[in-house]
Design a protein. Structure first.
Length: 243
């Protein structure tokens, strides 16, 4: 059996923490492959920390809000220090379906990929929830730029449902983007010749709490991400040549 960790960033997720934990518990009760987990409480201002403590859930408490990049990297540091073979980013809002964990881990276990991304868009029939039009448009534009810059089509570059192997755990524990972690880290891996695969997954609509990305920020987010991955692709190539 693989040693697998779910990294679960949580910011103001008092309505969802126990739901996510129960999903993991149910999975472990029926599956031979057991999953460990670590909640990263990213300076929540609600009762997220209290719920984690009262229910004795495995967690790391960040005193200050580091944002999604800093929270997730904290999880990767934990995964590296505790010798996990596979780490999976798993949202604390209940949007990710734990039943697809086996699917995104399979390419890693079989040695076919270094990172596997769960996507809503590879097979649109697999997920009824397809996000808003603006987010889909932004995702398509970011995907197009990644293909131009890295010659690899990534259909869901902002998906936070991702699994990585031990080599990438070590890489992300040392260096992980803070501003736009999913698309930037994807570009980093592609430029450095890591193998990325995607598999279709189903995602759910958020049932509680508030998303960290508001609709009115979608265009601004898309423009900044595109600029960031262009700069990243250049800087990563320069660093690679110097090695």
């Amino acid at each position: 059996m693989e040693k697998i960790l779910l990294i679960i960033p949580a910011y103001n997720e008092e309505e969802n923490v126990l739901k996510v934990y129960n999903m993991i518990k149910e999975y472990n009760e029926k599956s031979e492959q057991k999953l460990d987990y670590i909640f990263i409480n990213d300076g929540s201002k609600d009762n997220t920390l209290k719920i984690l403590e009262d229910n004795k859930l495995n967690h790391i408490n960040l005193i200050h809000n580091l944002g999604i990049g800093g929270a997730v990297q904290t999880g990767y540091k934990y995964a590296y220090e505790n010798n996990y073979n596979i780490a999976i980013q798993f949202d604390g809002d209940g949007q990710h379906d734990i039943n697809y964990v086996d699917n995104i881990c399979k390419p890693l276990i079989e040695g076919q990929a270094d990172m596997c991304i769960g996507t809503r868009y590879l097979d649109k029939t697999s997920s009824e929830f397809q996000s808003t039009f603006m987010r889909r448009l932004g995702s398509n534009i970011i995907s197009t730029f990644i293909k131009i810059l890295c010659r690899k089509k990534i259909t869901d570059p902002t998906s936070g449902f991702r699994a990585v192997n031990r080599t990438v755990i070590q890489e992300f524990a040392k260096n992980y983007p803070i501003e736009y972690p999913e698309p930037e880290s994807t570009v980093c891996l592609l430029v450095n010749k890591y193998i990325i695969q995607e598999v279709p997954v189903s995602m759910n609509e958020r049932t509680g709490g508030v998303s960290s990305i508001r609709l009115w920020k979608s265009i601004d987010y898309m423009v900044k991400v595109v600029l960031a991955i262009i700069i990243d692709s250049i800087s990563f190539r320069i660093k690679r040549r110097k090695k």
